[in-house]
Write a protein that binds this ligand. Structure first.
Ligand code: PMP
Length: 367
C-alpha cells in the first residue's frame, strides 16, 4: 500500500512530500546548530534568516513592490476579519462586503461589531453558485474599503479576472486564504491581502498579510486608539517580531515557498492547477448529470471542486468507497453536504487522476 494517501483536505491540507522530508531531516539539528529551529530564539540569527527569507520569497514570487509590507501574524484569517475593521472602519464611514460565501459573511459580521457595513453584491440568494459580474457590483468612492473573498472554499467558486478592480475608487481588500500562491495575481490592484497559511502555504499558525504602507499611514491617528497588538503599524514597525511569531509555522512556510520557486513559481502552479481541476470538472461534465457541480461554469474554483450526487445514499456510498480507496477529506463542508475535493498546490496530479477514474467508474455503475 502507498505510504501517503490521496489527501483532498480543505485545510489544513496536503503539503509537498519533499517539504516534509526537509523538515524531518532538519528537525533535530537545524543546519549544524545542535537544536531544532523550533528551539531557537526568535531574535537569534538562525531564525532571523528564516523570517527574512520567507518574506523575500513572498515578495519575489508574488511580484510585490516596495509600497507593500509583508506581515506574519497569528489568529488566522478570522483574526483579520476583526483587525481590518478595527484599523480601517472609522465611525461615520461604511465598508462594502461583496458576499460570495460563508467566509465573506463571517468577515462582514465581525465588522458589524465595530462599524457600519453594507453589501454591494451578493450571490447568497442563489446559494453562492457564482461570483457576481463586475457591472452588477455597487461600489462607492465613499466606501471605507471593498472586501472580497477570492476563493470560496466551501462553495468552490473563485474570482477570475481582477483587471476591473482598477475602476473602483475605494481601497480593495481580499481574503485569499484558499487560493493565494495558486496563480499569479496583480497585487497592485489590492490595498490589503490576507491569508491563513494552512491551504497553499504550510501548516496552520501563521497568517500572511500584504498591506500598502500608505493605507496604514493614513489611519495612524485612528489606530492609536487601539491596543498596540491590534494595530498593523505595530507589526510593521516590529517587522512581525513585536511578539513571538509562530516560528515553526513560518519555517515550514519558507520551505513550501522554496519548493514553489523550485517548481517554477506561480505560472507553473497555475498551469498544474488548471490541469488538475480540468480532470475533475471533466468527470462532472461527462457524467450525464450524475454529478452536479455546485459552481456555475464561469466561476469554477481551481482549488475546491464541489459537487452533489443524485441522493444522500449515493453520496454516503461514494464517500465510503472513496475512503476505502485511500482518499481522505472528500466530504463536502457540513453546511452544504455533497462532495468536495480540495486540490491545492501540493496535491499531485496523480491524486487527481486516480480520483477522476474513481468518479468515472462510480458514475457508470450507479447511473
Ligand atoms: N477565509 C477562507 C476563505 C477560508 O477558507 C477560511 C478557512 N477555511 C477562513 C477564512 C478562516 O480561516 P482561519 O480558520 O485561519 O481563521
Amino acid at each position: 500500500p502507498r505510504e501517503r494517501i490521496h489527501n483532498f483536505n480543505a485545510g489544513p491540507a496536503a503539503l509537498p512530500e519533499s517539504v516534509l522530508r526537509v523538515a524531518q531531516d532538519e528537525l533535530l539539528n537545524y543546519k549544524q546548530t545542535g537544536m531544532s529551529i523550533m528551539e531557537h530564539s526568535h531574535r537569534g540569527n538562525s531564525y532571523e534568516q528564516v523570517h527574512e527569507e520567507a518574506k523575500t520569497l513572498i515578495k519575489e514570487l508574488m511580484n510585490i513592490d516596495d509600497r507593500y509590507e509583508v506581515l506574519f501574524l497569528q489568529g488566522g484569517a478570522s483574526h483579520q476579519f476583526a483587525m481590518i475593521p478595527y484599523n480601517f472602519l472609522k465611525r461615520g464611514t461604511r465598508a462594502n462586503y461583496v458576499l460570495t460565501g460563508s467566509w465573506s459573511e463571517k468577515a462582514k459580521k465581525e465588522a458589524n461589531y465595530i462599524g457600519q457595513t453594507y453589501s454591494g453584491a451578493s450571490s447568497k440568494a442563489d446559494h453562492y453558485t457564482y461570483i457576481p459580474a463586475f457591472d452588477t457590483i455597487k461600489t462607492s468612492k465613499d466606501d471605507a474599503y471593498v472586501h472580497l473573498t477570492s476563493n470560496n472554499t466551501i462553495y468552490g467558486t473563485a474570482w477570475k479576472d481582477y483587471e476591473p478592480l482598477k475602476e473602483w475608487n475605494a481601497p480593495v481588500f481580499a481574503d485569499m486564504s484558499s487560493d493565494i500562491f495558486s496563480r499569479p495575481i496583480p497585487v497592485d490592484h489590492f490595498d490589503l491581502i490576507y491569508a491563513g497559511a494552512q491551504k497553499n502555504l504550510g501548516p496552520s499558525g501563521v497568517t500572511v498579510v500584504i498591506v500598502k504602507r500608505d493605507l496604514v499611514e493614513r489611519f495612524t491617528e485612528h489606530a492609536e486608539q487601539l491596543p498596540a497588538i491590534m494595530r498593523y503599524q505595530t507589526h510593521i514597525e516590529g517587522n512581525s517580531l513585536y511578539n513571538t511569531p509562530p516560528t515553526f509555522a513560518i519555517y515550514m512556510m519558507k520551505t513550501v515557498l522554496t519548493w514553489i520557486k523550485e517548481q517554477g513559481g506561480l505560472e507553473e502552479m497555475k498551469r498544474r492547477n488548471e490541469q488538475k481541476a480540468a480532470l475533475l470538472y471533466h468527470a462532472i461534465d461527462e457524467s450525464n448529470g450524475f454529478y452536479k457541480g455546485h459552481s456555475d461554469n464561469a466561476s469554477r474554483s481551481l482549488m475546491n471542486v464541489t459537487w452533489m450526487l443524485p441522493t444522500e445514499e449515493l453520496t454516503k456510498q461514494f464517500l465510503t468507497e472513496a475512503s476505502e480507496k485511500l482518499f481522505s477529506g472528500l466530504n463536502g463542508h457540513r453546511s452544504v453536504g455533497g462532495v468536495r475535493a480540495s486540490i491545492y498546490n501540493a496535491v499531485p496530479m496523480e491524486s487527481c487522476e486516480v480520483l477522476q477514474n474513481f468518479m468515472d467508474e462510480f458514475a457508470k455503475k450507479h447511473r
